[in-house]
Design a protein around this ligand. Structure first.
Ligand SMILES: NC(=O)c1ccc[n+]([C@@H]2O[C@H](COP(=O)([O-])OP(=O)(O)OC[C@H]3O[C@@H](n4cnc5c(N)ncnc54)[C@H](OP(=O)(O)O)[C@@H]3O)[C@@H](O)[C@H]2O)c1
Length: 354
């Protein structure tokens, strides 16, 4: 049993409209390590995955996929950890576990609890660093995989635009487009430095700085024959402009809408949707967890590409549980490049299978 305490972030209030995500929404607490009861087990958090959806967990009636986290509760968050004590014969000490661990050092996992049934599992053959299981081989990876290959129905020779192409999901989507035979891959982002990283490291053919360049002109230049697949994680004006550059039979994949999701006041929606009709195009939203029963297929493909060097692990790591609110905030200011990870403690010296 762990001897140290359990540091955690508890929600103290929901943000005001337009308020930036910050540590002011939470209390930093130091508590006793919880004890697992019969049938439960205790997981020590190793890494957490900050995500834009965590802002939505602090909104009443936002209509998000999961219900809001109650004021006073430990903040919800996916992570990877190690089982350090178990009173469940199916979960053994030393095993690596992926699931809803919360923003804390230790979590008791209840195999019949509602958070448990939602996308948790043991990782029998973990890859180092363990954060890889949250990023390129985890949620970011599978979201890009199903979004681009299934919903976007990517075909050899397609011309692909990935918005927030330097972000967690976007950085994998851009690489998957290239690996799977896209003819042109272009991403959007907010700085020249990220544009250069996308081109030099991720293999995009080009990147557009949406803060300093005229997107409409750049899309016309880079896609003279139109875009076959738009993999969109931002919505708003960028999506609206991209719709006017579609090729015939284009697919527009709605993965997220960070540009408008928590903005206050009137927003520019996708008023250019008439181009879907002109181009006989489809626009479809998806949620990666809908493919939960096919995750193994995606994880295997991603692991193979990763192992043979085609898919780089584009992680951006903050050290320490104390950094968690800032790590989420960075996703809204574009200060991250690649999959944002918050490392709570070092990977264990010995992992299962080693
Ligand atoms: N459908 C699903 O199943 C699913 C699963 C996971 C994530 N998602 C969604 O996918 C998106 C990406 O998630 P992620 O975890 O990988 O985050 P991320 O892309 O690593 O971080 C968000 C990025 O969005 C960009 N951004 C922030 N504010 C913006 C704005 N106002 N306009 C344009 N770009 C803005 C920033 O990059 P720049 O520097 O480029 O601005 C930032 O790096 C989110 O919308 C998330 O909700 C969906």
């Amino acid at each position: 049993m762990a001897a140290d305490g359990n540091r955690c972030w508890r929600v103290v209030r929901y943000p005001y409209p337009g308020e930036l995500f910050s540590a002011a929404l939470f209390d930093w607490c130091e508590e006793a390590v919880p004890e697992p009861a019969d049938g439960e087990f205790l997981v020590k958090t190793i890494c957490l995955a900050p995500g834009p959806a965590q802002r939505g967990y602090l909104d009443r009636n936002h209509g998000q996929l999961l219900e809001s986290v109650a004021v006073g509760d430990v903040m919800r968050g996916r992570g990877v950890g190690q089982i350090v004590a178990s009173r469940n014969p199916e979960y053994s000490k030393g095993e690596i576990f992926l699931g809803s661990l919360g923003w804390q050092d230790y979590s008791v996992q209840r195999p019949r609890g509602k958070e448990f049934v939602f996308s948790t599992k043991k990782i029998t053959r973990p890859i180092r660093p363990l954060s890889t299981q949250l990023g390129v081989l985890g949620q970011a990876g599978v979201t890009a995989y199903f979004g681009l290959l299934e919903v976007g129905a990517l075909k050899h020779g397609d011309r692909v635009l990935v918005t927030a192409g330097a972000g967690g999901v976007g950085s994998v989507a851009g690489q998957l487009a290239r690996i799977n035979g896209a003819n042109v891959t272009v991403g959007t982002t907010s700085t020249d430095k990220k544009c250069a990283w996308m081109h030099d490291e991720l293999g995009y053919d080009a990147a557009i700085n949406y803060k300093t360049e005229i997107i409409d002109e750049r899309l016309a230049e880079l896609f003279p024959q139109g875009i076959d697949v738009v993999f969109d994680t931002v919505g708003g004006e960028i999506l609206n402009t991209a719709l006017t550059h579609l090729a015939m039979q284009a697919r527009v994949v709605i993965c997220g809408f960070i540009a408008t999701d928590y903005a206050v006041g009137p927003q520019n929606g996708p008023i250019n949707y008439r181009h879907l009709l002109y181009k006989r195009a489809q626009m479809q939203g998806f949620v990666s967890f809908d493919y939960w029963d096919r995750y193994a297929e995606a994880e295997q493909a991603l692991a193979d590409w990763h192992q043979n060097g085609q898919l780089i692990n584009s992680e951006d790591v903050d050290e320490g549980l104390v950094k968690m609110p800032g790590a989420v905030a960075s996703l809204f200011t574009g200060d991250n490049h690649g999959v944002k990870i918050c490392r709570v403690t070092q990977d264990p010296d010995q992992l299962p299978g080693e």
